[in-house]
Ligand binder design. Structure first.
Ligand code: UDX
Length: 436
């Protein structure tokens, strides 16, 4: 099989498919990325990926190329290129998907199946399928959205919690596509892995609806956190209490500085934009509110920090722990932690920022910031400490270890992961999100 696009999604998918026993060729136009992958190096931080890259490369089952002609030998072709937010718009930029398919078409033959994995506006699969059928009679297309979470990408790909196949509305083609995909995932599926075989539009919508729902859950709890903040209620205890209702569930109800990353923010925007194109803008108008609540959390932290610094961030030393959009990732795309850091720097604060994995990426994007190697260095002489990404090593921080290093014992727990009692008893001015 071929995997076209070797970013977060494609690189993990290619390595995981080889790990499952398939012969895989990963293809990307980025020469540096392919050169790294070809020697078994992951081009980004993802737990477990280096291990499966090495074992797949040494087994000879996984190779990489910058040339689409390498796809000629494969019969199943995954499209795993990015669909970022278009500059100056909320829509998804489909340039990479369209270019990938156009480049692949000359190498397709009858009996090949193109499988879309990228997150796309509904209607894309039908459009691409028509192109495939017109160019290569006997070839077809399926849509098989990916639900992997960064930090758990390898596990999520090797043992998915569900699979969705969007297939042709011609019954014979549909049956054949399903058989091809069943064979691809044969060793990944356990007997009780749910499988939904459906039409293209549903498969495309499953993905964006899932992300919209997750974003809504997070913004819901953050909206209630705003109410908790003016009433003295405790959002963590509230989330525990409502989460005991199995219909609600506790997961994704962690209030804090909001969601970021390469998926949720741009996916809810693109989904809303697509609804408008379809004449149903009002159906998803609430997603604008979800986005607005989410962005307000960043402002809330900035305001809180200024307030704790007696109304003036200028010239104050601010220690930032965590830059990645979530722990176990070096991804800084739309990271709330990085956004807050940049805003405080803009207010004239002297920021010392650190992260176990994301410094290099953050430095590339914001060279104006001051980065240091670890938490100990970051907090030295700090007037205030901010915990913005809940890496294990920051969750485990002990107030006594920092007390002698800082100038002032003030801390903002942006992820509600520290024990307020412990920090306050140690003499710290401890503030969290939506908790008194
Ligand atoms: C998400 C979806 O979970 C995944 O299924 C999809 O395939 C891609 O998008 P990912 O972007 O890796 O995955 O991150 P996720 O774990 O969903 O977290 C997204 C953001 O929400 C992070 O910034 C995280 O810190 C934040 N978050 C998550 C919260 O603020 N509170 C929560 O309770 C959960």
């Amino acid at each position: 099989m071929s995997v076209v696009g070797c970013g977060y999604l494609g690189a993990v998918h290619a390595a995981a498919m080889a790990e499952l026993g398939h012969e895989v060729i990963g293809i990307d136009v980025d020469e540096r990325k392919i050169a790294a992958l070809a020697v078994g190096e992951a081009p980004f931080f993802e737990p477990g990926l280096p291990e499966i890259l090495t074992s797949a490369s040494s087994s000879g089952r996984l190779t990489f190329s910058t040339s689409m002609s390498a796809a000629a030998e494969a019969t199943v072709h995954f499209i795993a290129v990015g669909t970022p937010q278009k500059p100056g718009s909320y829509s998804a930029d489909m340039t990479f998907v369209d270019a990938a398919l156009d480049a692949l078409l000359p190498y397709l033959k009858a009996g090949d199946l193109v499988v879309g994995k990228s997150t796309v506006p509904v209607g894309t699969a039908a459009r691409l399928a028509a192109k495939v059928r017109a160019a290569v009679p006997g070839a077809d297309l399926a849509w098989n959205p990916e639900f992997l979470r960064e930090g758990f990408a390898v596990k999520d790909t090797i043992s998915p919690d569900r699979l969705v196949y969007g297939v042709s509305d011609d019954p014979k083609t549909a049956q054949w596509s399903q058989a091809v995909l069943d064979e691809v995932y044969a060793t990944a599926l356990s007997e009780d892995t749910p499988l939904v075989v459906t039409d293209y539009a549903t498969a495309e919508l499953v993905k964006v609806s899932a992300n919209a729902f997750l974003a809504t859950k997070i913004s819901f709890i953050n909206a209630i956190a705003e109410i908790a903040e003016v009433t003295g209620a405790n959002i963590t205890e509230l989330a525990d209490a409502i989460g005991f209702d199995a219909r609600i569930g506790r997961r994704f109800l962690n209030a804090g500085i909001g969601f970021g990353g390469g998926c949720l923010p741009k996916d809810i925007r693109a989904f809303g934009a697509r609804a408008e194109e379809l004449g149903r803008g009002e159906s998803l108008a609430f997603l604008k509110e979800i986005d607005a609540i989410n962005l307000r959390r960043r402002q809330r932290v900035v305001d809180l920090v200024v307030e704790m610094l007696d109304g003036q961030a200028f010239d104050k030393k601010v220690a930032v722990l965590g830059l990645a959009f979530k722990p176990d990732s070096d991804d800084i795309r739309d990271s709330p932690a990085l956004d807050i850091t940049v805003q405080l720097h803009g207010l004239g604060a002297i920021v010392s920022a650190t992260d176990p994995e994301a410094i290099q990426n953050a430095q590339g994007k914001h060279p104006q910031l001051h980065f240091v190697a670890d938490a100990t260095e970051a907090v030295r002489d700090a007037d205030i400490v901010l915990l913005l990404t809940e890496w294990r090593e920051y969750r485990d921080l002990v107030p006594e270890d920092l007390a002698d290093l800082v100038a002032d014992k003030k801390i903002v727990d942006g992820r509600n992961v520290l024990d307020s009692r412990v920090w306050r008893e140690a003499g710290w001015d401890y503030k969290a999100m939506g908790r008194p």
